[in-house]
Design a protein around this ligand. Structure first.
Ligand code: HEC
Ligand code: HEC
Ligand code: HEC
Ligand code: HEC
Ligand code: HEC
Ligand code: HEC
Ligand code: HEC
Ligand code: HEC
Ligand code: HEC
Ligand code: HEC
Length: 329
């Protein structure tokens, strides 16, 4: 389901292709200028040794240089993450790993750590140039370009992910645990889960916002994840509510789960949209009759009697039934 294989492929491709690409750009359009190397993205920085085979980890020249981590000890932590996978040996990270995001570090090292001579990816520009180099994969299910979280100054790879200092127990190099991360921009929704008495429990190792929402772009959708059959995310876990039933509850006209439930939690039991079950049902099954979507409850339903107000004590199969058209079993 995930694109581990293609991701790794892309990584290899980047290592293999970017020097060539950089060379082409360098020779055709960009006269070498000293400041340019400091601000350019890695793909555009001049390659160290263009004649080296693409798969060679480093040129002879760069192995003679000190390791980046000799001076940046804290950055060794990257050794245990996906970005050094298979390349770090006994916690030692080859410079090529660092250079895959920071570009050629030779001038920086020779300058004794001259800050002006090394590229640091920041903000939307850094996200676009550096992260997209390897993560913009055409076969991905998701899009990095479209959707509400496509790279922008307000929200981009680097607002949500941290390469060097991810939150200790958060997976996927998240800058913060997911709930806290989403909370920094969507307080209302997070507060709803926290404060409403009837809500899915998030952030305790099971469900997360991302159980229903794709944090990255989904073209043409408001970032709701779908099941493999392309249906709303609820059905991933509540497949029993999907049917198909012999007796559907009102088929398509009735809408989806959100017709009756609040996805972000509710003050009402079972995350219902209305305080009582009867209120919910009567919106479509008015005893007065006339114009509502659903049928009229038969006359013996005495809605003044508490017994009748809890519709689902009798209509237990409110999501659909295989046995009874009145959804009584
Ligand atoms: C996958 C991309 C990536 C790789 C690989 C990577 N870095 Fe970085 N690095 C970044 C980004 C993005 C930033 C800026 C955001 C941040 O500080 O986390 C950064 C920031 C830095 C900084 C500045 C920190 C600061 O506080 O301003 C240093 C120093 C650094 N990296 C060194 C290294 C070294 C050394 C390596 C190899 C061991 C390395 N990086 C590997 C992406 C990367
Ligand atoms: C000789 C020691 C030394 C080596 C080796 C070294 N650096 Fe640095 N680096 C420094 C110093 C010093 C700074 C400046 C720190 C500061 O001013 O906060 C720095 C700063 C940086 C920054 C931050 C730049 C910014 O704009 O804030 C990055 C990124 C970085 N180094 C990456 C690397 C990478 C990648 C390598 C290996 C290719 C490397 N460094 C090797 C000493 C070194
Ligand atoms: C040189 C290629 C390359 C660059 C540049 C790069 N990545 Fe990656 N990244 C990879 C590979 C390869 C993986 C592992 C893919 C996989 O396992 O699916 C990965 C994995 C990740 C993961 C998942 C980690 C996990 O534990 O699940 C995140 C998050 C990520 N990268 C974010 C970023 C961000 C943010 C940037 C920009 C600062 C960036 N990457 C730049 C190649 C790259
Ligand atoms: C709004 C926050 C947010 C933004 C922006 C964001 N991510 Fe993520 N990313 C997440 C979360 C949350 C997860 C974990 C998803 C999960 O648990 O299913 C994740 C997971 C990942 C993964 C690993 C899982 C996978 O899908 O393979 C990669 C790789 C990744 N992000 C890369 C990126 C890159 C590259 C960018 C920028 C183009 C980016 N992300 C932008 C929040 C974000
Ligand atoms: C850095 C800020 C930021 C973070 C962090 C962030 N978002 Fe967003 N999100 C936005 C912006 C900006 C939009 C688009 C504007 C809007 O509709 O609010 C958006 C839109 C959305 C939408 C679509 C809203 C709609 O009306 O269609 C969803 C769903 C969403 N975000 C979920 C999440 C989830 C889940 C997380 C945590 C993984 C998250 N966001 C983290 C900034 C953020
Ligand atoms: C159980 C599934 C589910 C979970 C978990 C979930 N959402 Fe949603 N979210 C939805 C659905 C469904 C919608 C669309 C609402 C609609 O169509 O009525 C939505 C809509 C949104 C919107 C658009 C504005 C709005 O409120 O309708 C934002 C923003 C959002 N969610 C953020 C989040 C954040 C942040 C989290 C985690 C705290 C989260 N969601 C967790 C299902 C979920
Ligand atoms: C990742 C799995 C998952 C997804 C996706 C999911 N749910 Fe749930 N749902 C659960 C679990 C587990 C429970 C019971 C434990 C709990 O309350 O957290 C539950 C409980 C419920 C309950 C009953 C609460 C009660 O008080 O008995 C309702 C109603 C519900 N979900 C509706 C939805 C709707 C609507 C959606 C889609 C917007 C959805 N769920 C998406 C896992 C999921
Ligand atoms: C016509 C309104 C309606 C629709 C549409 C609806 N539900 Fe419900 N649902 C209810 C009512 C009413 C209850 C409470 C039943 C009770 O009182 O025991 C409930 C209870 C639940 C429960 C908790 C009790 C149980 O049976 O497990 C879950 C989970 C649930 N619904 C999920 C869903 C999902 C998922 C969808 C979408 C596929 C959905 N519902 C669509 C009305 C509805
Ligand atoms: C969004 C509107 C809507 C809501 C809310 C709703 N229903 Fe329905 N219901 C329908 C529709 C439409 C039908 C199909 C009616 C028809 O075929 O004339 C239906 C059919 C039924 C039937 C099958 C008998 C029949 O007339 O086909 C029963 C029983 C029923 N609903 C009970 C309930 C109960 C109990 C609730 C509250 C938990 C409820 N409904 C909530 C729209 C709704
Ligand atoms: C004490 C049990 C009981 C309760 C409580 C109950 N019903 Fe019924 N309902 C029935 C029975 C039994 C039938 C089937 C009657 C028949 O077959 O003629 C029925 C039939 C229906 C029908 C189908 C009408 C048709 O045209 O086929 C609807 C709609 C309905 N009920 C709605 C509701 C609503 C709304 C509530 C809550 C306000 C409710 N019921 C509460 C027992 C109950």
């Amino acid at each position: 389901m995930r694109h581990h294989w293609s991701g790794r492929m892309a990584f290899m491709l980047c290592l293999a292709l970017s020097p060539g690409l950089a060379l082409a750009q360098q020779t055709t359009t960009q006269p070498p200028a000293p400041e340019q190397t400091t601000t350019q993205a890695p793909a555009q920085t001049p390659p160290q040794a263009t004649t080296a085979p693409a798969t060679a980890p480093a040129s002879a020249e760069s192995t003679a240089l000190p390791a980046c981590t000799d001076c940046h000890d804290a950055m060794k932590a990257i050794a245990s993450t996906a970005h050094a996978h298979g390349m770090a040996k006994k916690g030692e990270v080859p410079n090529t790993v660092c250079e895959s995001c920071h570009g050629d570090g030779k001038a920086h090292i020779e300058g004794g750590g001259d800050k002006e001579k090394i590229y640091k990816p920041v903000g939307v520009a850094g996200a676009n140039k550096t992260c997209m180099l390897c993560h913009d994969i055409a076969t991905d299910r998701i899009s990095r370009h479209a959707g509400v979280h496509a790279n922008s100054p307000a929200v981009n790879c680097l607002t949500c992910h941290s390469i060097h200092t991810p939150e200790a127990h958060a997976p996927h190099l998240l800058a913060k645990k997911q709930l806290a991360l989403c909370d920094s921009c969507h307080m209302t929704q997070v507060a709803s889960f926290r404060n409403k008495p009837y809500a899915h429990r998030l952030g305790r190792g099971g469900m997360e916002c991302s159980s229903c929402h794709e944090p990255h772009g989904l073209p043409g959708r408001d970032n709701l994840r779908t099941t493999r059959a392309g249906e709303i995310p609820c059905l991933t876990c509540h497949a029993d509510k999907r049917g198909p039933f012999v007796f559907q509850h009102g088929s398509f006209a009735i809408g989806d789960c959100m017709t009756c439930h609040e996805p972000h939690g509710s003050s009402n039991p079972k995350q219902l949209k209305r305080a009582t079950v009867a209120q919910l049902c009567i919106e479509c099954h008015s005893p007065i009759g006339g114009t509502t979507l659903g049928s009229q409850p038969p006359a013996f339903h005495n809605l003044n009697s508490p017994q009748y107000r809890n519709c689902t004590t009798c209509h237990v199969a409110v999501h659909g039934s295989n046995r009874d058209p009145q959804l009584l079993k």
